[in-house]
Design a binder for this molecule. Sequence first.
Ligand code: BV8
Length: 258
Amino acid sequence: MTTSEQAVREIAAWIRDARSIVVLTGAGVSAESGLSTFRDPEEGLWSKYDPMELATIDAFNANPELVTRWYHWRFTRAIDVEPNPGHHALAQIERLKHQHDSGFTLITQNIDGLHQRGGSSNVVEIHGTILTWRCTKTGAERPLSEIEFDQFPIPSDTGGLMRPCVVWFGEQLPESAIRASFEALSDCDLFMSIGTSATVQPAASFIEVARENGARTVEINRDPTPITDEVDLTVLGPSGLVLPEIMDALRELDGSGQ
Ligand code: BV8
């Protein structure tokens, strides 16, 4: 058995035994659905732009047309792609834990809505969602289906502009998402960081909160990150492959064979 197979089986046992689990996901989990991550170079039109430069209120104020076009391009891709086996495995683990009356909270940095489409129910979108936009003047929110993307930027009906309900760099995270995250982190005994470079704050510090409360810590990521040497167990590999392997090992342990 290779070390990663051993780690997969051990993580499955930790999931089985956990009383309350917090999972933090990043763009790497959506990568296998075909959505580019923040740090992998983009091809085509957007290759000359740095997402870190575009995902800011200053960029929107300076060039609302460009930033609106970028988010229009991103959401058209997000609604076009499908959840991948990694999304489905996380939803299966959530269902299994809920069947055993254990806690399971999925905190995501992703704005694409793929976790919900993949079957996850308790999802905390700490960086907001691209699927809802709001007026810059009144804050009135509208779902994508009610917005005409026939001009860029998009005027709201109160003389403002429409912007995506995402959290830009330099903006505060939604109070409700922060509260839900810290509530779950303060109670969890297993914390899993999946598909994230663990560099964006305050999400990158969530692992410290969990560890201070005695939680075991796990990382599943394609590449090493700043937390790889700190976590209790790490599996370097694609989440769309590793998560279903963990779910299979969990079924074996659970003897359910479902
Ligand atoms: C805030 C929404 C108060 C928009 C995003 C403390 C210290 C230093 C800086 C700060 C700090 N506190 C605040 C800051 C500033 C800033 C920050 O963290 N800067 C960083 C760059 C240092 N934080 C903020 O501004 C936050 N606000 O704290 O308010 C404040 C404000 C100012 C100053 C102080 C306090 C708001 C941050 C939210 C920004 N919005 N997204 C949008 O999406 O367009 S963040 C954006 O980056 C996405 O959400 C993305 O998910 C996230 C993080 O990136 P990752 O998800 O990790 O994606 P990434 O590409 O980086 O990595 C992908 C990983 O997946 C890689 O490791 C790769 O190996 C792996 N991978 C790839 N393929 C696979 C895979 N893994 C598995 N399987 C695969 N197939």
